[in-house]
Design a protein around this ligand. Sequence first.
Ligand SMILES: [Zn+2]
Length: 99
Amino acid sequence: MEPKDLIHVTPYELWVLAEAWESKARSAEEEVAQLAARHDAELLAKPFTGIRGCGDHSCLIEKPEGLGTNGGCRCHNDRTKASIIVQRLANLRRQAEME
Ligand SMILES: [Zn+2]
């Protein structure tokens, strides 16, 4: 329906149209929220996704294949890795607050 055609509709038809637009907008909003929640759930299931290990055999994030160092995982000292994980947790909390 073109905007100029709206002049000829009855108030009832206008109300029906508005209801349809509103429900379309509502379902789009719900879809976005669901996608965001699913994305965060995936991150929560794998909070270390995309973060590389330190190459130590006892690495908490990713054990090296083949050669590696001994002496303990050093990942907890890496500020970059820590900030990524903190950011992911903050996103999850924001998501939870919006629900
Ligand atoms: Zn490590």
